[in-house]
Design a protein around this ligand. Structure first.
Ligand code: NAD
Length: 367
């Protein structure tokens, strides 16, 4: 298995995930390889060919976050990796865990984001020599739109989800938005048993901030998906608990939603859960279902018990039940300790609705 420790807090949280992986008993041979800042120091490039070769050979990778300098400097390794390996589907589940760190304990959303085109295509330039005007091209193709929308419906069908909502801005972006909208409407006809609807992205943000429990699978283009998945992570408890996966046809890379959080690098302070739950998604992908179930329950129990949790789940301001914060490695060890002990005969814990069944959409909130 390819392991990319990444930058900033990356080595700490991927190390934490390895501790938990070892506790599952699943035999994983890690092939650790650098991308990002450490790769630049060693090879002069942030994404050496050896990284792509390792992922292509192993077909699966667990990745830590990688720093992308703003403005000048090298191009985003994350965007390049997605494009070069054709990892077209970025899947980011936002599940509230034990009601901690969130005002919305019932949040249980999945953002499915197109990850190879849109405004992240890298087609951008200065319009004039003085750099007073610039353009970034929003590339949307029918092929990529069909592929991501089909992926979202298939995911909803496999996981028995309630609804698929497409998010776009087709009222303003009359070509790119409308192309994505048409792809969604036509694909929805192939899934008549799955309720399908649409929201404009601005309205979606407002509705998620008010009633996240009414939504389920959200499918959208690259930039909107990037923004909405951070919003959904915030609803579910913060970046510290938000995992992610990138799927292509034959390759999958698992990584947290969060970045390299440089201000916490080397402090053993960051929450390891997002990386550990990315490992959980990886084990499900590998059909190691029992190991994945054990990790989910051990994370849930650790957060619910709230004796060994990192600062973002512990301190006043982040929680109404403050406790002394633990380190990243201590929380990982606690989760790993629980992994073999969890009781798989009990139903798996899930985000719980405050008021029983989820209601119909409030028409006053429609666009
Ligand atoms: P960030 O996610 O790194 O950090 C934002 C804030 O969120 C942090 O300051 C911290 O308060 C909190 N946070 C993030 N992860 C946490 C964790 N595990 N535990 C506790 N708190 C956590 O976002 P940023 O500061 O905008 O980006 C930093 C760098 O990461 C940038 O270079 C950016 O390009 C890169 N980035 C990489 C990826 C990726 O590799 N997939 C994703 C997003 C950002």
């Amino acid at each position: 298995m390819t392991l990319i420790p990444g930058d900033g807090i990356g080595p700490e949280v991927t190390g934490a995930a390895q501790t938990v992986a070892a506790a599952t008993g699943v035999s994983i041979e890690w092939e650790s390889i650098d991308a990002g800042e450490r790769a630049i120091q060693a090879t002069g490039t942030p994404l050496p060919d050896a990284v792509l070769e390792s992922i292509r050979r192993n077909k699966v990778a667990l990745k830590g976050p990688i720093t992308t300098p703003i403005g000048s400097g090298f191009r985003s390794v994350n965007v390049a990796l997605r494009q070069q390996l054709d990892l077209f589907a970025s899947v980011r589940p936002a599940r509230a865990i034990a009601g901690e760190g969130t005002r919305f304990p019932e949040t249980d959303l999945i953002v499915v984001r197109e990850a190879t085109e849109g405004l992240y295509s890298g087609v951008e330039h200065w319009v004039d020599r003085d750099h007073t005007a610039a353009e970034t091209v929003n590339v949307i193709t029918r092929k990529a739109s069909d592929r991501i929308v089909r992926f979202a419906f298939e995911l909803a069908r496999r996981q028995g989800r309630r609804r698929v909502t497409a998010v776009h801005k087709a009222n303003i972006m009359k070509t790119t938005g409308a192309l994505f909208q048409t792809a969604f409407r036509e694909m929805a006809k192939n899934y008549p048993t799955i309720p399908a609807d649409e929201r404009l992205v601005d309205n979606m943000c407002m509705q998620l901030a008010k009633k996240p429990e009414e939504y389920d699978v959200i499918v959208t283009t690259n930039l909107f998906g990037d923004i909405l998945s951070d919003l959904c992570a915030g609803l579910a408890g913060g970046l510290g608990v938000a995992p992610g996966a990138l799927y292509g046809d034959a390759i999958a890379v698992f990584e947290p939603v969060h970045g390299s959080a440089p201000k916490y690098a080397g402090q053993d302070k960051a929450n390891p859960v997002a990386e550990i739950l990315s490992l959980e998604l990886m084990l499900r992908h590998l059909n190691e279902t029992e190991a994945a179930d054990r990790i989910w329950r051990a994370v849930w129990e650790t957060i619910a018990e709230k004796k060994v949790v990192t600062y973002d789940l512990a301190l006043p301001g982040y929680t109404d039940r403050p406790v002394p914060p633990s380190s990243c490695s201590a929380m990982a060890r606690e989760i790993a300790r629980k992994v073999p002990l969890v009781d798989l005969t009990q139903p798996a814990p899930r985000p719980t609705a405050r008021s029983g069944a989820r209601g119909a959409i409030d028409p006053s909130l429609e666009a």
